[in-house]
Design a protein around this ligand. Structure first.
Ligand SMILES: Nc1nc2c(ncn2[C@@H]2O[C@H](COP(=O)(O)OP(=O)(O)OP(=O)(O)O)[C@@H](O)[C@H]2O)c(=O)[nH]1
Length: 339
């Protein structure tokens, strides 16, 4: 597409944010399968040292059609330079005519503050010339958001859930099936009290029209500066709540389904308040399919999904994010479930 005079020809960028388990990957899967005719590049960022989200993105759409880039680590701190690099790589391909791109979607980790990610699009000259920040879209888990907004943080640490709502250009109030109409009203009022400008779209399974997410022309630098006068200060420090940590387990071989179910059941019951997020792709003995599970606090979902491919090494990957996680204990109790 050739831009007409006055039109911004830069690639629009959407930052997808939202607390752990709010539905970002679910939305991404919709965006990648919807018939909008746009070619998107997706940049995935994960907290924790092993990647698992790429497994959770519908492999059908992980085709040549879409460009998926992975980055591990916290996007708002250490991996900012990686982000600039990934964007630089995309810019080069677009410039040389190898790639035509209608949009870039950056999925941040559930614990990221979107402001420093947004800042990248205003302070790095090369990035600025190639891409424009179109909007910050924040997924909100209707069932758990209040608990995270209310959370007392250690001195100096920011509340990421609040930042994510405050910086949103659009709020997608997801998981409407898990709460009552009164709860929804109350949550909506709470969101408006933090951010009165962002329109709120209610949804189930993050099923919204791509028009609600892509090319919304939502980001306004002046508003960002009003909220945070230090928005463009690259030296600015921010501190995460260090009591929230992650444990990642990667284990070759098969697990026994019954033992795993019992183990997860106990964790949900006994640790559901402290474990914000669990997810895993497991190799279950006797099954040709991958066993995928998700938990957001005590809400649990699991299914046998895609088949193991021929020649693919079978094994399990699990991630836990939360408070008071005991690395050693989690590993040992998981090992007891091996087949
Ligand atoms: N009941 C219900 N579950 C949902 C809804 N949307 C998403 N989920 C489930 O919530 C879980 C988390 O969804 P994800 O899309 O992985 O969330 P996420 O924000 O990408 O999670 P992280 O990347 O770990 O922060 C999955 O089991 C989803 O199937 C919804 O509207 N209702």
């Amino acid at each position: 597409m050739v831009a007409s005079e006055g039109e911004d020809a830069r690639v629009p960028v959407t930052i997808l944010t939202g607390f752990l388990g709010s539905g970002k990957t679910t939305l991404l899967n919709h965006l990648l399968t919807a018939q909008h005719g746009k070619k998107l590049a997706v940049i995935e960022n994960e907290f924790g040292e092993i990647g698992i989200d790429d497994e959770l993105i519908n492999t059908v759409v992980q085709s040549e059609e879409n460009v998926i880039e992975m980055m591990n680590g916290c996007i708002c701190c250490t991996v900012r330079l990686d982000l600039i690099q990934v964007l630089g790589k995309l810019a080069k391909k677009v410039k040389s005519g190898k790639l035509k791109l209608d949009g870039i979607v950056i999925e941040t980790t559930g614990l990221a503050d979107p402001a420093p990610v947004a800042q990248t699009f205003f302070v790095d000259e090369e990035v600025k010339a190639f891409a424009r920040l179109d909007g910050i879209v924040t997924l909100v888990d209707a069932k758990h958001v209040e608990q995270h907004l209310d959370e007392e943080k250690p001195e100096g640490a920011e509340n990421e859930a609040v930042e994510q709502v405050a910086f949103a250009d659009r709020l997608l109030l997801n998981k409407t099936d898990l709460v009552s109409a009164e709860d929804l009203e109350r949550v909506e009022k709470r969101l408006q009290s933090i951010n009165s400008l962002a329109p709120i779209v209610r949804c189930h399974k993050a099923n919204v029209s791509p028009d609600n997410v892509l090319n919304i022309c939502g980001f306004d630098l002046n508003r960002a500066l009003e909220m945070d006068p230090e928005f463009l200060n690259t030296e600015g420090e921010h501190e995460h709540d260090s009591t929230v940590t992650s444990v990642a387990i990667s284990q070759p071989g098969d697990v026994d389904l019954k033992s795993i179910e019992a183990w997860i059941g106990t964790l949900l019951q006994e640790r559901g308040a402290d474990i914000f997020r669990m997810k895993g792709v497991l190799s279950v003995a006797g099954s040709e399919k991958k066993f995928v599970y998700h938990a957001v606090h005590m809400t649990f979902n699991s299914e046998f999904s895609q088949e193991w491919k021929k020649g693919e090494e079978r094994g399990s990957k699990l991630v836990f994010i939360g408070k008071k996680l005991d690395d050693k204990e989690l590993r040992e109790s998981f090992k007891a479930c091996l087949a």
